[in-house]
Structures are given as C-alpha cells and as structure tokens.
Design a binder for this molecule. Sequence first.
Ligand SMILES: C[S@@+](CC[C@H](N)C(=O)[O-])C[C@H]1O[C@@H](n2cnc3c(N)ncnc32)[C@H](O)[C@@H]1O
Length: 394
Amino acid sequence: MIPAARLSAAMEILDEIVEGAPAERVLTRWGRENRFAGSKDRAAIRDHVYDALRRRRSALWRSGAAAETGRALILGLLLETDPAALELLTGAGHAPAPPDADERAAFRCLDGAPPPVAGDYPDFLHDELARSLGPALPEVAAALKDRAPVDLRVNRLKAGDDAALAALAADGIAAAPVDGVPGALRVTGNPRRLTGGRAYRDGLVELQDAASQAVALLARPGPGEAVLDLCAGGGGKTLALAAAMGGQGRLVAFDANPRRMRDLPVRAGRAGARIRVAADAEVEALAPYDLVMVDAPCSGSGAWRRDPAQKWNLRPADLDRLAAVQAQVLARARAVVRPGGRIAYATCSLLAEENEDRVAAFLARNPGCAKGTERRWLPGAPGDGFYFCEIIVP
Ligand SMILES: C[S@@+](CC[C@H](N)C(=O)[O-])C[C@H]1O[C@@H](n2cnc3c(N)ncnc32)[C@H](O)[C@@H]1O
C-alpha cells in the first residue's frame, strides 16, 4: 500500500471507532477483510489510528471540523504532527481527497483551545490533574500523546544484561539499558521480531514497562520471604517480584478476575519462576505474608498512551468505584500481612485521589501503620506514569 492509502484505511477504521466500536476489534476485522495489506501496512495503519486516538480532542480542534469523523481526526493529526504529509492527500488512486477550500478555512492552531482539549483529556479530570501534577500538567499531557516505547526486563533468574543483549542482537533486535532502572532495556530496533525470537521464547527477557519494573524493585521482596501479589493481573509484577526474590521464598499470586492470570503459569514456566496461583479462599489460608504487593486497579491515567480508549471511556463515577476497590484491597492486604511486614501500594495513575489520598485514608483508618518509601514516576521518566508507597505495618 502507498502511504496515502494507509491514511485512507485509518480514516475508514476511525469512522467506526468514533461510532463506538472498540479499536482492536475494528483493526482486526479490517486486517481480515483486506488481505492485500501486508504486516508493514497493518502496523502503519494501526500507528495512525492510535496516534489519532491519543490526540482525539486536539486533532478534532485542529481540523476545525464540526463533527468528529475519521477524516477530521487524521487531518488534525497531520496538521499537528506532520503537515508535509497533507501533500499525500491527492485523491489519486486510493489516496484521500485533498482538503477542499471549506476544510482548509476551518483549520486552526491549538492556541486558544481549552487546556483539556489542547492536553487531550476529559474535562471533568482537569481540576484533579491540576491538583495532582501542578505546573507539570501540560508537559505530562504532552508526553501522553506520544507512542509508548517497548521496554524489556532482563530476567535475572536466567540471564544478566550482557547475555540478554547478546541474545536479542542474535535475534536482530537492538536494545539499550534504561538509565536508573537496573535490568530494564529499551528496544531501539525491530520490536516486532521480539516474540518470535529466542531471547523472549527462552525467558531471558520479559515485556514490561521500565517504571513498572522500578515499582517491583522498590517493593524490595527479600529472598526467602513470603510474598503475596494481591492484584496480579497478567503477572507483570509477579514475575518481576519472582526474579527479585532470586527463586527463593514463597510467591503467591491472586486476582479477583482469575481469567487475567490465565497465561501466568506459562509465563512463569518460561521465566523459570515458581509462583502459586491462588484461588480466593487460599489468599487467607496461605497467610501471613512478609510483603503484600497491591498493584491496585485504577484509572490507568499514567499509561494512557498505551490504551487511549481508557481516558475517553473514564467517567466520574468510575473514580468513586475505583476508590472503594482500592480501599478494599488495602484492607485485605492489612489483614494478611504479618506484624512488622509491609504493604507495597502501587498504581499506574497520575491522580492524587488514587494515590496519596488513598494511602492517607488507609493510614487514618489503621493507626500504627506508617508510610515508608513513597515515589512517583511521570510518563516518559522513564516509562509509564506510576505511584508507589510502602506501608509499614506494626
Ligand atoms: C493494575 S492491574 C494489575 C496489573 C498487574 N499487577 C501487572 O503488573 O501486570 C489491577 C488488577 O486488579 C484486579 N482487581 C480488581 N479488583 C480486585 C480485587 N478486589 N482484588 C484483587 N484484584 C482485583 C484486576 O482484575 C486487575 O487485574
């Protein structure tokens, strides 16, 4: 496909997404129905679609269009990020039609756009984002418009950094260490080869955002400790905890939605990690734990660049519901941690409401518990946005 035809396809796909269809479903169906498109075409179309979804409000504003359509979003995206590419819109062959006089007259810059439009986030979150981020808000919002890098964690149960880098190089994948996060690598070339390569298949590296790795390291699971990962999900942090424990001790993984842990046994096998996947009642039966990791369900606002639909689908009532779940998991963690043990509370949220406020509320309800190490990572420094707070239990 020529580059302009890829833009046409992205417009067509975005039209369906704007109508409410989930992006992944539309992209998959489009690929099935357009077999002539090769893997490079599909990857480029997907990038256009996600670039537009991350910038949904600013792109529409930039286009000046009255209604949100795939064409308006792509026009606005190109205006903002690659104005020269508008020349590709010639109308010839499969290229989109060039912007007509009315469309051109409507184009506008972002000066004067309200902050949530320029920053691409929902209006209702503005005050909370401003309270949480202060003067960093515009910079953080800008970082969330870009594609997320592909990060790897060197699996210390199987390899050191040099061996992992050598295995990746043999697979044709270029990567470099991420400053400040021991064992984190950032893929700089051929990321799509990763899952077919030996380094990944043999469990030398795992896909994991660098800040997510930093969170697991900061939890400091000790070798020989009993550790519970109470919100294990797909097991990203569980596997990182297992590696930090050096294959010693006892690591239990639980998630309220067991289907999310479906692949964990296979991933653990590949990584050479011993993990007990627990059913609900086993969480208490296997207590007490020295450390309980609570990677709480949250708005995902620190990782919106990976999943932009999350920010557009979020509603005020979701934050209330999430706050209640965050409090509930913390209370459960408190009940199963041993006296003198620790709770490692983390979210990939930028909102104080899900972070500092949740910890403060927990401490107010649990006299004697004390805050230990607390840290926040903003998106891009070095990975997704994350919050971490260690709670020391009396
Ligand atoms: C942020 S995700 C976990 C990501 C995972 N730790 C990782 O690193 O890949 C939060 C998880 O919490 C789970 N969850 C939601 N409510 C829960 C509850 N009450 N108890 C335990 N897990 C819960 C969700 O199913 C979701 O998988």
